[in-house]
Ligand binder design. Sequence first.
Ligand SMILES: C[S@@+](CC[C@H](N)C(=O)[O-])C[C@H]1O[C@@H](n2cnc3c(N)ncnc32)[C@H](O)[C@@H]1O
Length: 310
Amino acid sequence: MNIPQPFQYQGSKRSLAPRILDFLPRSMDRLIEPFAGSGAISLACAGRGRSKRYWLNDVNQPLSNLLDLIVNQPDETADFYESLWRDKDSDHLNKFYSVRQQFNETRDPRLLLYLLARCVKGAVRYNSGGDFNQSPDKRRLGTQPARMRSNFTAVSMLLRGRTTFSSRDFREVFEETSKKDVVYMDPPYQGVCNTRDHRYSSGVEFSDFVTGLDELNRRDVRFLVSYDGRLGDKSYGEPLPDFLDLVLVEIEAGRSSQATLLGQEVITVESLYLSRSLADEVGAAPAYLSNHSMEQPRLLEETAKYDKVS
Ligand SMILES: C[S@@+](CC[C@H](N)C(=O)[O-])C[C@H]1O[C@@H](n2cnc3c(N)ncnc32)[C@H](O)[C@@H]1O
């Protein structure tokens, strides 16, 4: 099944989702994503009817509000995007900068949608004052409105009526989990904490995260974490400690495009850690999953080229 995405988002797990789903129970009461981003794993599960309910949380409040709007008001949100996208009164780069300024003044989630569709690599960046400061992708105008609308319709069909949205720190979400839940976590890359304004973007301290996972273990809450990884021989991120008793599955995510340009074969490997209780339930043991097709996952899709606008 082709899983729709609500918007392009750097770090989306959309291309790895089918492999991650192999380690989730067939049937869940509630799947929680404390670091939702674009909610790729919840959407993939919803497409397969794997969970009765979903909880999408992201500390970035406009982002979490945007997910809510896409799910609960897909047509109105698509209309707003289309009117911004089709407005030909201004040069497309000036338009981006003006929307960015408006977003920084208002935090309107619908403006964030336009910025995500138009910015470099769909990568959310905030400056130390908490203002969105990512640049526009000069070669592309962003997802076509018709494509955006059909994505929203599909996303809404999958999640509407069964999803809760929030914008809290992950620790507060952990406190509200129970044994009936399954928690999928994809925290930001370790060491990423570049802003003083923690309302919209925040880092995750390694020690806080480990303490939180330890607590989930004590309460027997089942969880999975996408965390560190490897690029060829080089590891990135600190591995999660042994005392958490997690089961590590390494997944080949594809070739590094940078290395391919240099004529090298460097494989990106992502770590997926399973809590012991979940691993026992789904019958998982430590493993290395190779990817024979070796397709480089595509981050940006269905975006309109600048020269195609009429
Ligand atoms: C790597 S992204 C998740 C991507 C997601 N798996 C997807 O498929 O789109 C990590 C997310 O964690 C959020 N985040 C960062 N710090 C957080 C915190 N302390 N609590 C909750 N969310 C946080 C970021 O805003 C970001 O959207």
